[in-house]
Design a protein around this ligand. Sequence first.
Ligand SMILES: CC(C)(COP(=O)(O)OP(=O)(O)OC[C@H]1O[C@@H](n2cnc3c(N)ncnc32)[C@H](O)[C@@H]1OP(=O)(O)O)[C@@H](O)C(=O)NCCC(=O)NCCS
Length: 176
Amino acid sequence: MIALIRPTTDLHAAWLVMVREFHGAHIDGSGVMERSLEDLEGADAFAGWVAETTAHERGERVPPELVASTLRWVIDDREPTTVIGTISLRHELNDYLRRVGGHIGYAVRPTARGRGVATAALGLVQQECLDRGIDPVLITCRDDNVASARTIEHQGGALEEVEGGIRRSWISLSQR
Ligand SMILES: CC(C)(COP(=O)(O)OP(=O)(O)OC[C@H]1O[C@@H](n2cnc3c(N)ncnc32)[C@H](O)[C@@H]1OP(=O)(O)O)[C@@H](O)C(=O)NCCC(=O)NCCS
């Protein structure tokens, strides 16, 4: 069964294994932002980053260009020491998120794709949306990202528009 867990230093090595599968590509919903993977290979730097993500979840130490967010890692509870994906819930929308990024970003490591992991993770994070009063939820993806568009559809996303190559969909939780 797919589950979401809080980032933890206990899974540093497993997180690095996941991240390396992306071969340096941007990882949606990872919270890594401008940091390099090399930076996060060190235990102290990683612990600092995990602490920072926890602070961001509480709305603390959030840089002015960002909004508070909740970061979760995706695991399969049959293999709880392997990180297979990452998902981030932004607590509010700024201009950039309203146009491009949406409330939620996510990625699944290449070797775990195509078996429902993203669909399950997007379903699970909706409880956090409800707990925070985020409803409806804006989810975006590039128009050519078929897998993400299907993931959003599977979770009830209603397409509002496609503009500038970005699909903008809303999931209405209260209407479920
Ligand atoms: C998008 C992404 C998260 C999907 O993860 P996933 O765990 O493979 O998704 P799921 O297994 O839940 O599949 C969801 C749907 O996409 C389809 N799909 C998966 N990979 C696909 C591909 N390469 N081409 C077309 N459809 C694909 C699945 O078949 C499924 O649809 P179906 O049930 O109708 O068959 C993953 O491809 C990824 O991490 N991509 C890079 C990061 C990214 O694009 N994140 C989203 C940013 S908005």
